[in-house]
Structure formats: structure tokens, C-alpha cells
Design a binder for this molecule. Structure first.
Ligand SMILES: [Zn+2]
Length: 94
């Protein structure tokens, strides 16, 4: 079974071992997508088109969001790219 990568549009084979839905063909596409999404969200907030409360509400309703008591601590990793550890291909969970 295959799918199209959300970032590059290339087809990739879905893993057969279960877990959450795969959206990206590789770690590089996943990381690039999430980096762009963070920059977009920051620009939207700075431009007044998105509020922090709206963003919090979105995170709160996410399937992967932590319970309310933990929202904000680990829901969105913000470590600089050079300190991130790469997950092996197919290890995506978001
Ligand atoms: Zn891709």
C-alpha cells in the first residue's frame, strides 16, 4: 500500500507495522514540513491573523496533543535543528 508525501508529493510505501498514519516519505520531508509550519504559524501570529489562543485550541484538539496539564511543555518541540536527533525512516508518529 502506498501514499503520496504531504510535502514533496512523491509516492512512498506505507509501513505495515501499525502506528499512526504516515504523511511523509522520509524524515527530511517531515522535518522540512514541520519547520515551515512553525515559521508560518509565527508569521500568522505576528501578522495578527492567528492568535495564540487559536493555536492552543488547535493543539488541544489534536489527536496527538498531550492532556491539558502538559500542553505547552512537550506538544511542539522547538529545539534548534542542529540539536535534533533524527528518527529512522518509517519511524514517524505525526
Ligand atoms: Zn517527501
Amino acid at each position: 500500500m502506498s501514499a503520496l508525501c504531504l510535502r514533496c508529493g512523491e509516492p512512498f510505501k506505507l509501513r505495515l507495522t501499525g502506528g499512526s498514519a504516515q504523511r511523509f516519505c522520509c524524515d527530511a520531508c517531515r522535518a522540512a514540513f514541520h519547520a515551515a509550519a512553525r515559521l508560518w504559524a509565527l508569521a500568522e501570529i505576528e501578522g495578527g491573523r492567528l492568535t495564540v489562543d487559536q493555536l492552543k485550541n488547535t493543539v488541544r484538539h489534536s489527536v496527538h496533543a498531550a492532556p491539558d496539564s502538559q500542553v505547552g511543555s512537550e506538544a511542539i518541540p522547538v529545539a534548534p535543528p542542529e540539536t535534533r536527533t533524527r528518527r529512522k525512516k518509517g519511524g514517524e508518529d505525526n
